[in-house]
Structure formats: structure tokens, C-alpha cells
Design a protein around this ligand. Structure first.
Ligand code: AMP
Ligand code: ZN
Length: 489
């Protein structure tokens, strides 16, 4: 099916075509492992996970999905430093070598991150690559040299900067974000990785060494500028090295439009001479009472926090996926709970279908085909990942076609579709209803065990009597390969 996706470059929903036939190359700005991810961050990873699944399942593409780990930036350096409050006992002794501290610190939080994303259904095995920025210094340095050779970078005080003033004369700076140039002054420089639109200025590509920080050699225009990369150059160099330019899709949270993604475009174009990305896709924020969930505001929950409150991680996945990625999502526990009910409603339907697919059951009273449901649900997903509309189609179908009116053949084809849909949502189980969910009363369980014993000792009269007693209590007992199973009559 043809996929449509909203492209921040054009501010419109566009028909998607991959640059290479049948394969989508996609890059997502990944975690900065300086602490546990909060569930706002997880939204920024669940969105590309949804996108790549829709591209595969609905669009029929192969997807090469790259998500980097920003294991070197201002925050990881700050919090991995000796004496910082962020070291945890699990990480072991700090070293006198800042590089070792940075590695151990970021590896710890990367491992925690992988645990978190797996818990919400993002499979690490689904990534084409999950590169660490610190493994790509030669590529970053090569890109900085290319930018300088083209006249858009210069060294000052041991750091290297991108010359925004020169670049503005060559190309547009502000392709994703309306940049406010009112305060722009030629040649004013900024060293921080993150800055506001009011501070638009020459941004840093390579930062000169500061006491106590990890540093690497870099020969730039005949000078040894010891230091480390700025944040923005990392993604430009990694994406180019791993996916080649131009690639298809680049994702991130809306806060990354400026400066990170704007700077990425400028660097890649200034250095490699190519517009790097065809579709820029951004997810909106997870909010708490109208404010972005963020570490700095302190209004955040980690997945651990939610697990301690007894929340099922599948409900977190479901909540995020059931709201459109480009809408703000206000996080509440009531929202999680009502989402859970909706998710389990579908689960119940699946258990019912499973039962009906097994046996010869009364003729169907419903005639809406699984195929028509598939078409309407997939059309909504193909239309800029309209998950709320896709799920509305599903629930309308469920309401109009109760499982009790479905025969074995229809049940099997509905199960086939729901399994396909679960390759996207990944929140349902496909099996018989687990026994404990039946709420089997203890006396029924006891009678069934007695019947099983009678049957094994070939006392068939007694086993038939017990079957009748079980039926009188509203249950059917069936023999299985290695025991018995109970179902509601
Ligand atoms: P960081 O680990 O801070 O680099 O952030 C990782 C990703 O999370 C980025 O794509 C951010 O845009 C995104 N992000 C941060 N806070 C939120 C939030 N409250 N809602 C959605 N995405 C967020
Ligand atoms: Zn990035």
C-alpha cells in the first residue's frame, strides 16, 4: 500500500518513495546515555519504531533503521566526570582517565536504555545498526575538514566553528525551523550543544580541550586541535558513513528541529555537497499538565518508576501508539488505565476467536470480511500513521461483529489479520485464553482433576459422571495431549 508521511521540510503530508527500490534507509537520533530515559524520550523512539513497522508491514519495504547513541556530548561529559553526583555504585570505581569514566558511564546507561526499549517492544535486533558516536571520530574529522575546505568552517581559540554567516549566503539556513535572525551577528560563536533560537550563531564543530575532559587528537589546517566533537557533527558523520546520502527518513522529537537537525542539514550539505535527507519526521512531546516532560523540569517518570507502581509496560507502548505521533500527549494514569481497557478488549476478542477457530461452531451471523477490516485499518496507518483512526476502525468492527457470531473460517481469517496487525502494535498474545483468566472455580478444577484420574484408571463411567457434573457448573472439559483443558460452556 502507498505510504504517506508528514515531512517537516515541506510542512505537508507527502506520498513516500524510497530513493532505492524496496529499501528504506532511516536514521533516528538516539539516546544520550547520561541517565535513565524518561517515558517522554521513549515516545521519540516508539515513533520511529511504529514508522519502520508500518513501512514494512503496510508498505512492503525492507527497512534499514539506524539509531545512534550520543555517548559523547556536554551532558555525558559533565556527569561522567570524577566527583559528579551521577555515578552509581553499580558502575564501580572511577578512574583518573576521563575517557574510561565516560565509556563506563555511558555503557551503563546504554545497557539500561536497551532494557527499557525492549520492555516497551522496541527490539534491539530490529536495528540495522546502533552506532556509538565515539566510534566515528575519523568520519567526523573528515567531515569537518571538508566543510572547512569548502569555506564554511574556521578555527578560533583551539575550537572549530561552522560559519553560519558564510553558509547563509550559499544556501538556506532554516529549512526545518523558522529561524529568527534578528539577533544574529556575524562571527559570534556558541560552544554549547543546545541553544535557543535567539542565540543563532556560529556553532561549534569541534571543541577545544578543557581540563578534566576526555580529548582526542585532531589535525586541522596544520594545527593540532586536541578536543572532542560537537553534538551536531556526530549525526551528520554517522548517517553518511552508515546509510550514505541522501537517505530516506530522519526522525527525532520536535525539539531537535533546531538547532540539532538544522545544523545537521547545514553541515552535511556544506561538507558532502548533498541535501542529506528526503523526509524529516518529528514526533510531538509527551507532556505533563501542559508542559513537556523533561529531566530539567523534574516532571518525568522513568519506566522503572512506572514498573514500581505496577504498570504493565505494554500499556505504555499502547498509550503512545494509540495517540497520533504528531499530537501532544498529556500523560496521566487515568489515560494509561483506559488505554489498558481498550487493549484488553481486543485481547479478549482474540481469545474468543481462538476458541471459535478450533471447533465447528454455529453458522456465522456476521458477514463483514476480515479483508475489508484489513483494508480500512491499513489505509489509516498508511496515511501518516493515523493510529487513532486505524484503531477506531478496528473497534467499530469489533462492536459490529461480536466473536459469538463468527464461524471457524472467519475466526481464522480475522486471527490472521490481527496477527499481521500485531506485527505493528505488538501488544497482544495469540493463544487459547490462559486457564487462570477463566476464573475457574476451585470445585470445577477439583472435579476436572478427579475426572482425569478416573479416566487414566479407565473408570469411564465415573469420568462421564464427572464430565456431567462439570457441565452442570457451566464448563466443558476437554482432553489434551498431556492432561485436560477447561473452557466455558
Ligand atoms: P535525549 O536522550 O535527551 O537526547 O532525547 C532523546 C529523544 O527524546 C530526542 O529525540 C528528544 O527530542 C526526545 N524527547 C525528549 N523529551 C521528550 C518528550 N517530553 N516527549 C517526546 N519526545 C521527547
Ligand atoms: Zn542526532
Amino acid at each position: 500500500m502507498q505510504i504517506h508521511i508528514s515531512n517537516t521540510l515541506t510542512r505537508s503530508v507527502e506520498s513516500f518513495t524510497s530513493a532505492r527500490a524496496g529499501v528504506v534507509r532511516m536514521y533516528s537520533c538516539g539516546p544520550t546515555p547520561y541517565n535513565y530515559a524518561h517515558i517522554g524520550n521513549l515516545r521519540a523512539f516508539l515513533f520511529p519504531d511504529l514508522l519502520q513497522r508500518v513501512l514494512r508491514v503496510v508498505g512492503g519495504y525492507k527497512v534499514q533503521w539506524v539509531m545512534n547513541v550520543t555517548d559523547i556530548d556536554d551532558k555525558t561529559i559533565r556527569d561522567s566526570a570524577v566527583g559528579s553526583a551521577e555515578w552509581r555504585t553499580e558502575m564501580g570505581e572511577q578512574s583518573a582517565d576521563p575517557k574510561q569514566n565516560l565509556k563506563r558511564f555511558t555503557q551503563f546507561y546504554t545497557d539500561e536504555f536497551v532494557r527499557d526499549i525492549e520492555a516497551v517492544g522496541i527490539r534491539k535486533s530490529g536495528f540495522y545498526k546502533m552506532p556509538f558516536a565515539t566510534d566515528y571520530f575519523p568520519q567526523m574529522q573528515d567531515l569537518i575538514r571538508r566543510i572547512a575546505a569548502n569555506g564554511f568552517a574556521y578555527e578560533r581559540g583551539g575550537s572549530v566553528y561552522f560559519n553560519v554567516g558564510a553558509w547563509r549566503k550559499a544556501d538556506k539556513y532554516g529549512k526545518l525551523f523558522n529561524i529568527d535572525f534578528d539577533n544574529f551577528q556575524e562571527g559570534v560563536r556558541i560552544d554549547a550543544d543546545e541553544y535557543e533560537r535567539e542565540s543563532v550563531s556560529d556553532f561549534v564543530l569541534w571543541k577545544g580541550h578543557k581540563e578534566g575532559e576526555p580529548a582526542w587528537d585532531f589535525e586541522f589546517e596544520g594545527k593540532d586541535v586536541v578536543g572532542r566533537p560537537g553534538w551536531h557533527i556526530e549525526c551528520s558523520a554517522m548517517a553518511h558513513e552508515i546509510l550514505e546520502l541522501p537517505f530516506d527518513i530522519h526522525t527525532g522529537g520536535v525539539d531537535l528541529c533546531f538547532p540539532h537537525h538544522e545544523d545537521e542539514i547545514a553541515q552535511s550539505k556544506a561538507g558532502y555537497g548533498v541535501e542529506p535527507v528526503n523526509y524529516w519526521c518529528h514526533n510531538e512531546f509527551l507532556e505533563v499538565e501542559g508542559e513537556k516532560m523533561s529531566k530539567s523540569k523534574g516532571n518525568f517518570f522513568t519506566l522503572r518508576d512506572l514498573l514500581q507502581k505496577g504498570i504493565d509496560t505494554l500499556d505504555v507502548r499502547w498509550l503512545m501508539l494509540s495517540v497520533h505521533y504528531a499530537s501532544r500527549l498529556n500523560f496521566t494514569f487515568a489515560g494509561l488505565e483506559s488505554g489498558r481497557k481498550a487493549r484488553l478488549r481486543v485481547q479478549e476478542y482474540i481469545y474468543d476467536l481462538w476458541e471459535r477457530a478450533q471447533g465447528a461452531i454455529a453458522p456465522a451471523t456476521t458477514h463483514e470480511s476480515a479483508q475489508s477490516l484489513r483494508t480500512s485499518v491499513f489505509q489509516e496507518l498508511a496515511n501518516d500513521l493515523q493510529t487513532p483512526k486505524a484503531l477506531a476502525e478496528l473497534f467499530t468492527y469489533l462492536n459490529r461483529n461480536p466473536a459469538s457470531g463468527v464461524d471457524a473460517t472467519q475466526a481464522a481469517s480475522l486471527l490472521g489479520f490481527l496477527q499481521e496487525l500485531n506485527n505493528i502494535f505488538d501488544v497482544w498474545h495469540f493463544s487459547a485464553r490462559p486457564a487462570q483468566m477463566l476464573n475457574v472455580p476451585p470445585e470445577v478444577q477439583h472435579l476436572a482433576e478427579e475426572r482425569w484420574k478416573a479416566k487414566r484408571s479407565k473408570n469411564f463411567a465415573e469420568s462421564d459422571r464427572l464430565r456431567g457434573a462439570i457441565a452442570a457448573l457451566g464448563f466443558v472439559v476437554k482432553d489434551t495431549k498431556d492432561g485436560f483443558a477447561l473452557e466455558k460452556a
